[in-house]
Design a binder for this molecule. Structure first.
Ligand code: GN1
Ligand code: MG
Length: 348
């Protein structure tokens, strides 16, 4: 994908003098590393098919950044840089139109794609816990809803049942085993619905995309901060803890097609609970604390549903790099969920 010259000039750079490197493994936005004048930056084009109102993203980031700067000036929060005309994003009609924003690249930082040690999980979980903790005094309902119903499991289930009606008939037929697994575990949706009406569960400032590549690490496996702030919205702790479990517990990612490699690491589970509790332990209710295990089940099940639904709908959301890509991703998540459920009595 090409980047229009005007994006560079908006930030006072020249495209000719910039090195442009595709960056990261995100599925939704386009991301590049830009090196210019001896400094590095991260440039992103926002996917407006997914984020329909990009200004909601920049408003949220600005509000949260302002709050944190006032209350916790030492906290590293990577907000986008302003353009030379003091805007937080650039819109251009060029190349079919789009919104772009530029972040400073944190020198000396790196990201990882798979958790190798419990220590990395502990560090990351502490960072996500700390993020929500530091924003406890921020009025959560002032956040704009950048993705309506993002982690609404009832809606995700409904979208799945709709895909069974309107999706690709061949794919529906070939997905029978996955479909019946998902239907047989509908109690996971029922439990989510009971959480929604339980006053012991609080809506807090939630990150909603806590995968390990959304944590910047420095030297010695020390986590520096969290990144990817587009989905900061009111949410439940099961979203953030659950997505950590989903993405940190196994030694392989959701892309792994050899499902025999999918294992749940007990020490990583403990590290997530420990790291998150170190920051959020006092804020969580007893009822919430009893739901750490459910958090993992909830998020893995939701991601299985989302990949499967997208497969049945011909990959309209996630896209596919090879035939049946989302079918494989859904199968991966189902195996991960089975492996986690097998360990319920040890882990819970
Ligand atoms: C998407 O783009 P990325 O990789 O940060 C998705 C997440 C999924 C993830 C699965 C806005 O995140 O919810 O968990 O893919 N984000 C959106 O890899 O749909
Ligand atoms: Mg993301």
């Amino acid at each position: 994908m090409q980047i229009p010259d005007s994006i560079f000039t908006s930030y006072g750079f020249s495209k000719n003098e910039s090195e442009i490197i595709p960056f990261g493994t995100g599925l939704i936005n386009h991301t590049w590393k830009i090196v210019c004048g001896g400094r590095s930056y991260i440039l992103q084009k926002i996917n407006t098919k997914v984020f329909k109102v990009p200004v909601y993203i920049s408003t949220n980031i600005h509000e949260v950044a302002t709050y944190l700067k006032e209350k916790n000036p030492g906290y590293l929060f990577v907000a986008p840089l302003n353009t030379i005309s003091n805007e937080q994003m650039v819109y251009t009609e060029e190349f079919s139109g789009g919104y772009y924003r530029l972040f400073p690249f944190i020198e000396g930082s790196h990201t990882i794609d798979v958790v190798k040690t419990p220590q990395q999980a502990l560090e990351a979980a502490s960072q996500f816990g700390k993020f929500t903790k530091l924003l406890a005094g921020f009025e959560v309902f002032n956040l704009q809803i950048t993705l309506p119903h993002f982690h609404d499991l009832s809606l995700r289930y409904l979208q799945f049942t709709e895909a069974l009606q309107t999706g690709n008939p061949k794919r529906i037929e070939a997905s029978a085993a996955l479909i019946s697994f998902v239907k047989a575990h509908k109690d996971i949706v029922d439990q989510y619905e009971s959480i929604l009406i339980n006053p012991a569960f609080a809506l807090r400032v939630t990150h909603h995309d806590t995968k390990i590549s959304n944590v910047l690490f420095g030297a010695d496996d020390k986590a520096l901060c969290v990144i990817d702030l587009d989905t900061i919205m009111p949410g439940y702790f099961i979203s953030d803890v659950g997505d950590m479990m989903r993405t940190y517990l196994p030694t392989v990612s959701e892309e792994e097609a050899d499902f025999s490699k999918i294992e749940v690491r007990d020490e990583v589970y403990k590290a997530i609970v420990q790291g998150y509790s170190n920051e959020m332990g006092e804020a969580l209710s007893d009822e919430e604390k009893k739901n750490f295990f459910y958090a993992g089940v909830f998020m893995i099940y939701m991601q299985a549903l989302r990949f499967l639904t997208d497969h049945l709908n011909n990959d309209v959301y996630y896209g596919a790099h090879y035939p049946n890509h989302n079918f494989v991703r859904a199968g991966n998540q189902v195996v991960l969920l089975q492996k986690l459920l097998e360990k319920r009595s040890i882990l819970e």
